[in-house]
Design a protein around this ligand. Structure first.
Ligand code: ARG
Length: 604
């Protein structure tokens, strides 16, 4: 439907004609570069250092450094450059200011024309695709089998999904990998218990997410109790681990039941999060079992890993752990077992050599950053990660409670993710309901909007802070109508839509001949910068920059709306042009929010 189409999967790319629009920043940049080059033909790499500015529309600060290089007077050089800048169409006016800065004013006509060109591109608002897209494998949303998902898993899912949306939109091809924790010695106890108590786990096909998790919890608790109390059971559980590792058929079947039951639960949570997760992208730790012995053999043969007290390990001089102590990476334990590192190293081989990844992106808790540094360095030494492949752990911070301490219930237990989401939706629904009558929403719409507002609030709060920072999970703040929240943005969008509906006879039409008020220019210039902001935020894996852009967009729109009557504007042409500005704003908000994974209801 409409929603997923906005995200533009790779498959849909390429079939569209190029309709990308050169931004005003790029146009001005080109004009200035041309002028600088004609004044200083000998100097190469001239950069006007163009910035948006409050004084004029743009300011160029690059002349100072160039004057120093050319040993000339900066103000004189600036005056010479001004004489060479083509003006009259895009650039209305250039002035020298201070010691040699340039203040540049864009013509109203150019602003409106550029926006009109963006508006004509119904698919992408004139935003270009990357010239040379690569393949990014995004490792995100990786909960653990037979365990409750926690807020950390929420962060990975939300950030990873937003990054994928942004990357896809730039034309990059993304492949998701949900590296779920589905292997390890803890399964010995669980499987042995299920073996001795068949039927304790209802078939996955017969349960919903909540039942699945409660079954898993019950089996976990029961098996734990026997394990702790009964030495003989403990022994049988240990043997079960061996059976699992050696691929015993019956044991694997029981293990599979835990995986399937857990997936029912995962899917229900992801659905609550309004997030699409594909089965073929759930490729957990166990998927790499087969390749792990070879990973170990290759590393040992190459001398990247060495035997130490029976274990196969990699040493690092340059990577230090806590207290500046060197920590080795354990590829294979002394008992022959493989662990987390071996599975990640094998996954790298798969992603680089089979999926042809040019970028490996991991959205994992920052507390695992040492692990990833060691894994990446090992893969580099082994030649699996060449210079042409980038590996990056987008480590995210801890979710804190309103008290600033790691998020826990009053009883000190970790908070269930679903409870949090349910509460967010509940509060959001109350907020929506308050205004529902005035807007004329049906009960069904209230429920649906409550869900979009609640889930949007949780996602936005996460995405609007720089990911490596800890952030406070504060539901009151998240669903607040004022301030930097998704609700604020969703209301801005809905308000614009309501104006467009009320316009009746008139519709959005661009009138480049009209003069623009200051608030219109500010809004227009910001709208025009959507593409470059998006490119920057994507390249830096910084969804918070996109969030900040959208928040500023909504604020500029509010100012515009306060200062410039839309439906009651002076002339019919002005009404149309303002409706046009409204609609470009709406579409930009809608597109930006969709990339972040947040819906914008039409009526709110
Ligand atoms: N399942 C792990 C956890 O809950 C996260 C997996 C991260 N991805 C990876 N390739 N190691 O902590």
């Amino acid at each position: 439907g409409y929603w997923s189409r906005l995200k533009q999967t790779h498959e849909e790319n390429g079939s569209h004609p190029m309709t990308s629009v050169t931004s005003l920043t790029d146009l001005v940049h080109q004009r200035l570069t041309d002028a600088l080059t004609s004044v200083l033909p000998e100097t190469d790499g001239v950069d006007p250092l163009l910035r948006r500015s409050d004084r004029a529309d743009f300011q160029a600060n690059g002349i100072l450094a160039l004057a120093k290089k050319a040993k000339s007077n900066p103000r004189e050089l600036a005056t010479q450059v001004v004489g060479n800048i083509v003006t009259g169409d895009v650039i209305k006016d250039v002035e020298v200011s201070g010691p040699g800065f340039l203040n540049i004013t864009i013509s109203d006509k150019a602003i409106t024309e550029n926006l009109a060109a963006r508006y004509a591109d119904t698919e992408r608002l004139g935003v270009p695709r990357k010239d040379t897209p690569g393949v990014t494998v995004v490792d995100y949303a990786q909960p653990n089998v037979a365990k409750e998902m926690h807020v950390g898993h929420l962060r990975s899912a939300v950030i990873g999904d937003a990054l994928r949306g942004m990357l896809d939109f730039t034309g990059e091809r993304t492949i998701g990998r949900h590296h779920i924790g589905d292997w390890g010695t803890q399964f010995g106890m669980l499987i042995q218990y299920l073996f001795e108590n068949p039927g304790e786990l209802a078939p996955a096909a017969e349960v919903d997410g909540e039942q699945a998790m409660s079954n898993l919890n019950r089996v976990y608790k029961a098996s734990r109790a026997v394990f702790d109390a009964d030495e003989e059971f403990k022994e049988r559980a240990r043997k079960r681990v061996v059976a699992l590792q050696s691929g015993d058929k019956e044991t694997l079947e029981l293990w599979q039941q835990f995986v399937d039951e857990s997936k029912v639960y995962f899917y229900s949570v992801f659905e609550k999060l309004d997030m699409e997760i594909r089965d073929e992208e759930i490729v957990g730790e166990s998927a790499y079992n087969e390749g792990m012995p070879e990973t170990a053999r290759l590393l040992e043969e190459m001398g990247v890993a060495v035997r130490s007290e029976g274990a196969l390990v990699v040493f690092f001089d340059e990577i230090r752990g806590k207290d500046d102590q060197p920590v080795p990476l354990i590829v294979q334990k002394a008992d022959g077992g493989f662990g987390y590192a071996a599975s990640d190293l094998t996954a790298i081989r798969d992603r680089v050599f089979d999926l042809n990844a040019t970028t490996l992106l991991y959205v994992v808790d920052v507390r695992q950053s040492l692990h990833f540094r060691m894994v990446f360095e090992t893969a580099r030494r082994a030649g699996w990660l060449g210079d042409e492949v980038t590996a990056h752990n987008m480590g995210y911070g801890t979710v804190l409670g309103a008290d600033g301490k790691p998020f826990k219930t009053r009883e000190g237990e970790t908070v269930r993710l679903e409870d949090l989401l349910d509460e967010a939706v509940e509060r959001a629904t109350a907020v929506v309901r308050e205004k529902a009558e005035r807007v004329g929403l049906t009960e069904e719409e209230i429920v649906e909007n409550g869900r979009y507002v609640g889930i949007g609030a949780v996602k936005y709060a996460d995405l609007s802070t720089s990911a490596n920072r800890d952030y406070k999970f504060d539901l009151d703040q998240m669903v607040s109508l004022n301030g930097d929240t998704s609700v604020y943005l969703q209301y801005a969008y809905a308000r614009i839509k309501s104006i467009l509906r009320k316009a009746e006879g008139a519709g959005p039409v661009a009138h480049p001949e009209l003069e623009l008020a200051p608030a219109e220019r500010a809004l227009g210039l910001h709208l025009d910068a959507f593409g470059e902001l998006l490119a920057e935020a994507t390249a830096e894996y910084a969804p918070h920059k996109l969030a900040a852009y959208l928040y500023q967009l909504a604020s500029l729109y509010t100012t515009f709306y306060d200062q410039c009557p839309v439906l009651k504007a002076d002339t019919p042409a002005q009404v149309e042009n303002r409706l046009f500005l409204c609609d470009v704003t709406a579409r930009t908000l809608h597109q930006g929010m969709a990339l972040l994974g947040i819906r914008t209801p039409e009526r709110l």
